[in-house]
Design a protein around this ligand. Structure first.
Ligand code: ASP
Length: 354
Protein backbone atom coordinates (compact mmCIF):
# COMPACT_ATOMS: atom_id res chain seq x y z
CA UNK A 1 0.00 0.00 0.00
CA UNK A 2 1.47 3.38 -0.94
CA UNK A 3 2.26 5.65 1.98
CA UNK A 4 0.05 8.70 2.45
CA UNK A 5 1.43 11.99 1.23
CA UNK A 6 0.84 14.72 3.73
CA UNK A 7 -0.34 17.94 2.15
CA UNK A 8 2.38 20.00 3.78
CA UNK A 9 5.18 17.51 3.09
CA UNK A 10 3.99 17.24 -0.46
CA UNK A 11 4.10 20.99 -0.83
CA UNK A 12 7.64 21.02 0.55
CA UNK A 13 8.71 18.52 -2.05
CA UNK A 14 7.06 20.37 -4.88
CA UNK A 15 8.07 23.88 -3.86
CA UNK A 16 9.33 25.86 -6.81
CA UNK A 17 7.24 24.00 -9.34
CA UNK A 18 6.32 27.30 -10.94
CA UNK A 19 3.28 27.91 -13.04
CA UNK A 20 1.61 24.59 -12.26
CA UNK A 21 1.74 25.39 -8.56
CA UNK A 22 0.28 28.85 -8.88
CA UNK A 23 -3.27 30.07 -9.18
CA UNK A 24 -4.36 33.51 -10.14
CA UNK A 25 -7.26 35.01 -8.26
CA UNK A 26 -9.77 36.56 -10.64
CA UNK A 27 -10.19 39.62 -8.45
CA UNK A 28 -6.95 41.53 -8.20
CA UNK A 29 -4.86 38.96 -10.11
CA UNK A 30 -3.04 38.02 -6.93
CA UNK A 31 -0.99 34.86 -7.35
CA UNK A 32 -1.43 32.41 -4.47
CA UNK A 33 0.45 29.16 -3.97
CA UNK A 34 -1.60 26.01 -4.30
CA UNK A 35 -2.20 24.43 -0.90
CA UNK A 36 -3.09 21.04 -2.23
CA UNK A 37 -1.91 18.14 -4.35
CA UNK A 38 -0.12 18.97 -7.55
CA UNK A 39 -0.64 16.50 -10.32
CA UNK A 40 -0.46 16.53 -14.06
CA UNK A 41 -2.91 15.42 -16.68
CA UNK A 42 -4.12 12.88 -17.48
CA UNK A 43 -5.16 12.14 -13.93
CA UNK A 44 -7.89 10.33 -12.01
CA UNK A 45 -8.81 10.67 -8.33
CA UNK A 46 -11.34 9.06 -6.04
CA UNK A 47 -12.59 9.87 -2.56
CA UNK A 48 -12.03 6.20 -1.65
CA UNK A 49 -8.52 5.61 -0.32
CA UNK A 50 -9.06 1.94 0.58
CA UNK A 51 -7.79 -1.00 -1.46
CA UNK A 52 -10.79 -0.97 -3.80
CA UNK A 53 -10.43 2.76 -4.41
CA UNK A 54 -6.77 2.24 -5.27
CA UNK A 55 -7.59 -0.63 -7.61
CA UNK A 56 -10.30 1.46 -9.23
CA UNK A 57 -7.96 4.30 -10.21
CA UNK A 58 -5.21 1.86 -11.20
CA UNK A 59 -7.56 0.03 -13.57
CA UNK A 60 -8.91 3.29 -14.98
CA UNK A 61 -5.37 4.56 -15.52
CA UNK A 62 -5.12 1.96 -18.30
CA UNK A 63 -7.77 3.94 -20.20
CA UNK A 64 -6.25 7.36 -19.58
CA UNK A 65 -2.66 6.32 -20.30
CA UNK A 66 -3.64 4.90 -23.67
CA UNK A 67 -5.40 8.07 -24.79
CA UNK A 68 -8.91 7.13 -23.63
CA UNK A 69 -11.53 9.54 -22.35
CA UNK A 70 -12.04 10.81 -18.83
CA UNK A 71 -15.66 9.69 -19.18
CA UNK A 72 -14.74 6.05 -19.81
CA UNK A 73 -12.15 6.19 -17.04
CA UNK A 74 -14.52 7.48 -14.35
CA UNK A 75 -17.18 4.94 -15.32
CA UNK A 76 -14.76 2.04 -15.11
CA UNK A 77 -13.38 3.21 -11.76
CA UNK A 78 -16.86 3.72 -10.32
CA UNK A 79 -17.95 0.27 -11.52
CA UNK A 80 -14.97 -1.39 -9.78
CA UNK A 81 -16.13 0.07 -6.48
CA UNK A 82 -19.85 -0.46 -7.11
CA UNK A 83 -19.52 -4.22 -7.68
CA UNK A 84 -17.30 -4.77 -4.64
CA UNK A 85 -19.55 -6.73 -2.22
CA UNK A 86 -17.50 -5.58 0.76
CA UNK A 87 -18.07 -1.89 0.20
CA UNK A 88 -21.18 -1.02 2.19
CA UNK A 89 -21.49 2.55 0.92
CA UNK A 90 -22.26 1.95 -2.73
CA UNK A 91 -23.72 -0.47 -5.31
CA UNK A 92 -23.75 -4.20 -4.54
CA UNK A 93 -23.57 -4.72 -0.77
CA UNK A 94 -24.48 -1.09 -0.05
CA UNK A 95 -26.51 -0.65 3.13
CA UNK A 96 -30.29 -0.56 2.58
CA UNK A 97 -33.02 1.83 3.64
CA UNK A 98 -35.09 1.32 6.79
CA UNK A 99 -37.24 -1.28 5.00
CA UNK A 100 -34.22 -3.36 3.99
CA UNK A 101 -34.29 -2.23 0.36
CA UNK A 102 -31.11 -1.00 -1.34
CA UNK A 103 -31.93 2.22 -3.21
CA UNK A 104 -29.01 3.64 -5.18
CA UNK A 105 -28.30 7.20 -6.32
CA UNK A 106 -25.69 8.17 -8.94
CA UNK A 107 -24.75 10.98 -11.29
CA UNK A 108 -22.29 11.51 -14.11
CA UNK A 109 -21.13 14.62 -15.97
CA UNK A 110 -19.17 14.96 -19.19
CA UNK A 111 -17.34 18.29 -19.32
CA UNK A 112 -16.61 17.85 -23.02
CA UNK A 113 -20.29 18.02 -23.98
CA UNK A 114 -21.70 19.78 -20.90
CA UNK A 115 -23.99 16.81 -20.55
CA UNK A 116 -25.24 15.13 -17.39
CA UNK A 117 -27.25 12.11 -16.30
CA UNK A 118 -28.45 10.73 -12.99
CA UNK A 119 -30.57 8.07 -11.33
CA UNK A 120 -32.19 8.13 -7.90
CA UNK A 121 -33.74 5.39 -5.75
CA UNK A 122 -32.71 2.81 -8.32
CA UNK A 123 -33.21 -0.76 -7.09
CA UNK A 124 -31.64 -4.02 -8.25
CA UNK A 125 -28.79 -2.74 -10.45
CA UNK A 126 -25.22 -3.05 -9.18
CA UNK A 127 -23.78 -0.27 -11.35
CA UNK A 128 -26.07 2.78 -11.12
CA UNK A 129 -23.38 5.05 -12.57
CA UNK A 130 -23.60 3.16 -15.87
CA UNK A 131 -27.38 3.65 -15.88
CA UNK A 132 -26.78 7.36 -15.19
CA UNK A 133 -24.52 7.39 -18.24
CA UNK A 134 -27.34 5.91 -20.33
CA UNK A 135 -29.71 8.62 -19.09
CA UNK A 136 -27.08 11.16 -20.14
CA UNK A 137 -26.25 9.71 -23.53
CA UNK A 138 -29.37 7.90 -24.67
CA UNK A 139 -32.18 10.19 -23.46
CA UNK A 140 -32.89 13.88 -23.52
CA UNK A 141 -33.31 13.89 -19.72
CA UNK A 142 -30.97 14.38 -16.80
CA UNK A 143 -32.59 12.60 -13.84
CA UNK A 144 -34.67 9.42 -13.70
CA UNK A 145 -35.99 7.87 -10.50
CA UNK A 146 -37.23 4.59 -9.00
CA UNK A 147 -39.21 2.20 -11.20
CA UNK A 148 -38.76 4.44 -14.27
CA UNK A 149 -34.99 4.34 -13.90
CA UNK A 150 -35.15 0.56 -13.47
CA UNK A 151 -37.29 0.18 -16.60
CA UNK A 152 -34.75 2.23 -18.52
CA UNK A 153 -31.91 0.02 -17.25
CA UNK A 154 -33.83 -3.14 -18.18
CA UNK A 155 -34.50 -1.79 -21.67
CA UNK A 156 -30.72 -1.68 -22.17
CA UNK A 157 -30.30 -5.27 -20.98
CA UNK A 158 -29.48 -4.82 -17.29
CA UNK A 159 -30.79 -7.73 -15.21
CA UNK A 160 -32.13 -6.82 -11.76
CA UNK A 161 -30.33 -8.66 -8.94
CA UNK A 162 -30.53 -8.83 -5.16
CA UNK A 163 -28.10 -6.17 -3.97
CA UNK A 164 -28.02 -7.35 -0.36
CA UNK A 165 -25.04 -9.40 0.76
CA UNK A 166 -24.92 -11.56 3.87
CA UNK A 167 -23.05 -8.76 5.64
CA UNK A 168 -25.32 -5.89 4.61
CA UNK A 169 -28.39 -7.92 5.58
CA UNK A 170 -26.86 -8.74 8.98
CA UNK A 171 -26.10 -5.05 9.57
CA UNK A 172 -29.64 -4.09 8.69
CA UNK A 173 -31.18 -6.80 10.91
CA UNK A 174 -28.98 -5.61 13.79
CA UNK A 175 -30.18 -2.09 13.24
CA UNK A 176 -33.84 -3.13 13.09
CA UNK A 177 -33.61 -5.06 16.33
CA UNK A 178 -31.67 -2.41 18.20
CA UNK A 179 -33.25 0.85 17.12
CA UNK A 180 -35.98 0.89 19.76
CA UNK A 181 -37.22 -1.04 22.78
CA UNK A 182 -40.73 0.17 21.93
CA UNK A 183 -41.25 -2.07 18.91
CA UNK A 184 -41.68 -5.81 18.41
CA UNK A 185 -38.49 -6.69 16.57
CA UNK A 186 -36.11 -9.09 18.35
CA UNK A 187 -36.71 -12.04 20.67
CA UNK A 188 -39.82 -11.97 22.92
CA UNK A 189 -39.31 -9.78 25.99
CA UNK A 190 -39.51 -12.64 28.51
CA UNK A 191 -36.68 -14.47 26.73
CA UNK A 192 -34.52 -11.42 26.28
CA UNK A 193 -31.12 -11.47 27.79
CA UNK A 194 -30.00 -7.93 26.90
CA UNK A 195 -26.49 -9.10 26.13
CA UNK A 196 -27.39 -12.06 23.97
CA UNK A 197 -30.49 -10.66 22.31
CA UNK A 198 -28.40 -8.19 20.38
CA UNK A 199 -27.12 -9.66 17.14
CA UNK A 200 -23.95 -7.69 17.71
CA UNK A 201 -23.28 -4.24 19.29
CA UNK A 202 -25.02 -1.00 18.52
CA UNK A 203 -24.81 -0.60 14.74
CA UNK A 204 -23.36 2.73 13.66
CA UNK A 205 -25.25 5.08 11.42
CA UNK A 206 -23.41 4.82 8.16
CA UNK A 207 -22.23 7.49 5.76
CA UNK A 208 -20.35 6.77 2.56
CA UNK A 209 -20.31 7.62 -1.11
CA UNK A 210 -17.78 7.46 -3.93
CA UNK A 211 -16.65 10.42 -6.02
CA UNK A 212 -14.45 9.77 -9.07
CA UNK A 213 -13.04 12.73 -11.03
CA UNK A 214 -10.69 12.70 -14.03
CA UNK A 215 -9.00 14.83 -16.66
CA UNK A 216 -7.87 13.03 -19.82
CA UNK A 217 -5.05 13.68 -22.27
CA UNK A 218 -7.26 16.03 -24.30
CA UNK A 219 -7.93 18.14 -21.23
CA UNK A 220 -11.54 16.97 -20.98
CA UNK A 221 -12.98 16.61 -17.49
CA UNK A 222 -15.55 14.07 -16.20
CA UNK A 223 -16.94 12.98 -12.87
CA UNK A 224 -19.19 10.45 -11.16
CA UNK A 225 -20.77 10.34 -7.73
CA UNK A 226 -22.39 7.04 -6.72
CA UNK A 227 -23.86 5.82 -3.43
CA UNK A 228 -26.33 3.65 -1.57
CA UNK A 229 -27.08 6.83 0.38
CA UNK A 230 -27.49 7.21 4.10
CA UNK A 231 -27.99 3.85 5.69
CA UNK A 232 -31.48 3.17 7.05
CA UNK A 233 -32.86 6.19 5.21
CA UNK A 234 -36.62 6.62 4.88
CA UNK A 235 -38.01 4.78 1.86
CA UNK A 236 -37.79 7.05 -1.18
CA UNK A 237 -35.35 9.55 0.34
CA UNK A 238 -32.95 10.92 -2.26
CA UNK A 239 -29.61 12.42 -1.24
CA UNK A 240 -27.25 14.82 -2.95
CA UNK A 241 -25.39 12.27 -5.09
CA UNK A 242 -27.76 12.34 -8.09
CA UNK A 243 -28.34 16.09 -7.88
CA UNK A 244 -26.16 17.92 -10.40
CA UNK A 245 -24.50 20.84 -8.65
CA UNK A 246 -24.89 19.23 -5.22
CA UNK A 247 -23.16 15.82 -5.14
CA UNK A 248 -21.26 16.43 -8.39
CA UNK A 249 -20.34 19.21 -10.77
CA UNK A 250 -18.02 19.33 -13.77
CA UNK A 251 -16.99 22.26 -15.93
CA UNK A 252 -14.52 21.63 -18.72
CA UNK A 253 -13.03 25.13 -18.36
CA UNK A 254 -12.36 24.71 -14.64
CA UNK A 255 -12.46 21.19 -13.20
CA UNK A 256 -14.74 19.00 -11.10
CA UNK A 257 -15.94 18.51 -7.55
CA UNK A 258 -17.86 15.86 -5.61
CA UNK A 259 -19.37 15.44 -2.17
CA UNK A 260 -19.82 12.76 0.48
CA UNK A 261 -21.66 13.03 3.77
CA UNK A 262 -25.01 14.37 4.85
CA UNK A 263 -26.69 14.98 1.52
CA UNK A 264 -29.27 17.37 2.91
CA UNK A 265 -26.53 19.92 3.70
CA UNK A 266 -24.98 19.45 0.29
CA UNK A 267 -28.25 19.91 -1.59
CA UNK A 268 -29.11 23.12 0.25
CA UNK A 269 -25.67 24.60 -0.35
CA UNK A 270 -25.20 23.43 -4.00
CA UNK A 271 -21.75 22.55 -2.69
CA UNK A 272 -20.10 20.96 -5.75
CA UNK A 273 -21.16 23.85 -7.95
CA UNK A 274 -19.88 26.25 -5.29
CA UNK A 275 -16.48 24.50 -5.25
CA UNK A 276 -16.15 24.63 -9.03
CA UNK A 277 -17.04 28.33 -8.98
CA UNK A 278 -14.44 28.95 -6.27
CA UNK A 279 -11.85 27.26 -8.48
CA UNK A 280 -12.97 29.41 -11.40
CA UNK A 281 -12.31 32.43 -9.19
CA UNK A 282 -8.72 31.29 -8.64
CA UNK A 283 -8.88 29.14 -5.51
CA UNK A 284 -6.93 25.88 -5.55
CA UNK A 285 -8.99 22.65 -5.34
CA UNK A 286 -7.83 22.26 -1.74
CA UNK A 287 -8.85 25.78 -0.79
CA UNK A 288 -12.16 25.50 -2.63
CA UNK A 289 -13.09 22.35 -0.64
CA UNK A 290 -12.33 24.16 2.61
CA UNK A 291 -14.29 27.20 1.40
CA UNK A 292 -17.37 24.98 0.95
CA UNK A 293 -17.14 23.66 4.52
CA UNK A 294 -16.81 27.19 5.83
CA UNK A 295 -19.76 28.35 3.72
CA UNK A 296 -21.98 25.60 5.18
CA UNK A 297 -20.70 26.19 8.72
CA UNK A 298 -21.52 29.89 8.50
CA UNK A 299 -25.05 29.32 7.28
CA UNK A 300 -25.89 26.93 10.09
CA UNK A 301 -24.09 29.13 12.65
CA UNK A 302 -27.04 31.51 12.58
CA UNK A 303 -29.16 28.90 14.32
CA UNK A 304 -26.46 26.68 15.84
CA UNK A 305 -23.09 28.37 16.51
CA UNK A 306 -21.44 25.03 17.39
CA UNK A 307 -22.45 23.28 14.16
CA UNK A 308 -19.67 21.67 12.11
CA UNK A 309 -20.50 20.24 8.68
CA UNK A 310 -20.11 16.47 8.32
CA UNK A 311 -19.31 16.43 4.61
CA UNK A 312 -16.17 15.46 2.73
CA UNK A 313 -15.43 17.33 -0.48
CA UNK A 314 -12.98 16.39 -3.22
CA UNK A 315 -11.94 18.54 -6.15
CA UNK A 316 -9.71 18.35 -9.21
CA UNK A 317 -8.89 21.21 -11.54
CA UNK A 318 -8.17 21.16 -15.24
CA UNK A 319 -4.40 21.33 -14.65
CA UNK A 320 -4.48 18.16 -12.54
CA UNK A 321 -4.22 19.80 -9.11
CA UNK A 322 -6.47 18.30 -6.45
CA UNK A 323 -7.60 18.57 -2.86
CA UNK A 324 -10.00 17.22 -0.25
CA UNK A 325 -11.35 18.34 3.11
CA UNK A 326 -13.75 17.41 5.86
CA UNK A 327 -14.31 18.76 9.32
CA UNK A 328 -12.99 17.19 12.48
CA UNK A 329 -15.92 15.36 14.10
CA UNK A 330 -13.60 12.81 15.72
CA UNK A 331 -12.25 11.61 12.39
CA UNK A 332 -8.74 11.34 10.97
CA UNK A 333 -7.26 13.25 8.05
CA UNK A 334 -9.36 12.99 4.85
CA UNK A 335 -7.70 11.03 2.07
CA UNK A 336 -8.12 10.34 -1.60
CA UNK A 337 -6.50 7.96 -4.12
CA UNK A 338 -4.70 9.67 -6.98
CA UNK A 339 -3.31 8.10 -10.15
CA UNK A 340 -1.30 10.02 -12.70
CA UNK A 341 1.93 9.51 -14.59
CA UNK A 342 3.83 9.63 -11.29
CA UNK A 343 2.03 6.50 -10.09
CA UNK A 344 -0.54 5.77 -7.40
CA UNK A 345 -0.58 8.05 -4.37
CA UNK A 346 -2.72 8.46 -1.32
CA UNK A 347 -3.19 12.15 -0.77
CA UNK A 348 -4.00 13.58 2.64
CA UNK A 349 -6.12 16.70 2.57
CA UNK A 350 -7.16 19.06 5.31
CA UNK A 351 -9.23 18.48 8.40
CA UNK A 352 -11.13 21.73 8.49
CA UNK A 353 -11.52 23.41 11.86
CA UNK A 354 -8.39 21.91 13.46
N1 ASP B 1 -24.19 11.90 0.55
C1 ASP B 1 -24.88 10.65 0.66
C2 ASP B 1 -26.34 10.92 0.83
O1 ASP B 1 -26.71 11.86 1.51
C3 ASP B 1 -24.47 9.79 1.79
C4 ASP B 1 -23.06 9.74 2.14
O2 ASP B 1 -22.22 10.27 1.47
O3 ASP B 1 -22.78 9.13 3.16
O4 ASP B 1 -27.11 10.14 0.35
Amino acid sequence: MPSPINRRLFLGRTAGLGAGALFVRAAGLEAVPSRGGIGRTPIIVTSHSNETGQRAVQDAWGILSSGGSALDAVELAANVIEVDPEDMSVGYGGLPNEDGVVQLDASIMDGRTYNAGAVASLEGIKTPSSVARLVMERTDHVLMVGPGALDLAKSFGFEPEDLMTETSRARWLEWRENRSDQDDWGPPDHLKDREEAQLGGEPAFHYGTVNVLAVDGNGDVSGITTTSGLSWKINGRVGDSPIIGAGLYVDNDVGAAGATGRGEDVIKSCASYFIVERMRAGRSPQQACEDALEMIRRRYAKVNPAFMPGEKFVALNKDGDYGCAWSYGGRGIPQMSVRDEAGLQIYEGVRFGD
